[in-house]
Design a protein around this ligand. Structure first.
Ligand code: DX5
Ligand code: ZN
Length: 220
């Protein structure tokens, strides 16, 4: 089966002083989704974007907002990110007491639900979530920062989850996030990923390079 490969640039690597313009630039450059990394300085050692910024960015593109929440406790913020314009909300099992409940909550808001596994979190975590999720995200770096190196053994996890998804017969996207560049992108795709998050590799070279960067990441 050939799957379409989607590119979701992480705006963590964009120029934060010109975020609206940057989102329009990646839209015009052909991205599929916009990956928004939300960090709280507690669940991860960095602080980034809140629902107010997501809301302010919403008029700048019609492409889906893929909101990766790295905040704990996460549940009390789900409504705010849905109202701000998230199309997909992805949560870490470690970020709240009841991941199954968090997934149901996201779906009840009319938003697609994703679960994200840290490098040390096993694929087995998905056994009783796979029936409900729309997206599974494999972190190929420890969350918190852009520009880190790809952790090789996550390819094995991607391959294992690809098998689980195919066996489920459900329409679930398999996303990879962290250290994705022109070398690691084809390897992640080969292992079974079909949505690539890329911050550094998308935004390198300034707006004139975004279209080329996105095309190369897609394998074109
Ligand atoms: C890390 C974030 C990533 C990050 C990826 O915590 O979840 O989305 O921005 O950055 P690169 O592509 O530079 O590794
Ligand atoms: Zn992310």
């Amino acid at each position: 089966m050939t799957r379409s490969i989607l590119i979701s640039p992480s705006i963590l690597s964009a120029d934060f002083a010109r975020l609206g313009e940057e989102v329009r630039a990646i839209d015009e450059a052909g991205c599929d989704w916009v990956h928004i990394d939300v960090m709280d300085g507690h669940f991860v050692p960095n602080i980034t974007i809140g629902p107010g910024v997501v809301k302010a960015l919403r008029p700048h593109t019609t492409k889906p907002f893929d909101v990766h929440l790295m905040i704990s406790p996460v549940d009390s913020y789900l409504d705010a990110f849905a109202q701000a314009g998230a199309d997909i909300i992805t949560v870490h099992p470690e970020a709240g007491p009841h991941i199954h409940r968090s997934v149901q909550h996201i779906k009840s808001l009319g938003v697609k639900a994703g679960v994200v596994l840290n490098p040390g979190t096993p694929a087995k975590m998905l056994d009783y979530l796979i029936d409900d999720v729309d997206l599974i995200l494999v972190m190929s770096v420890n969350p918190g920062f852009g520009g880190q190196s790809f952790i090789e053994n996550q390819l094995r996890k991607i391959a294992a989850i690809r098998k689980m998804i195919d066996k489920s017969g459900r329409d679930i996207r398999l996303q990879v996030d962290g250290g994705i560049d022109f070398t690691t992108a084809p390897r992640a795709i080969e292992a079974g990923a079909d949505v690539l998050v890329a911050g550094t590799a998308t935004f390198r070279g300034g707006a004139g390079a975004y279209a080329d960067n996105i095309r190369k990441l897609r394998g074109g």
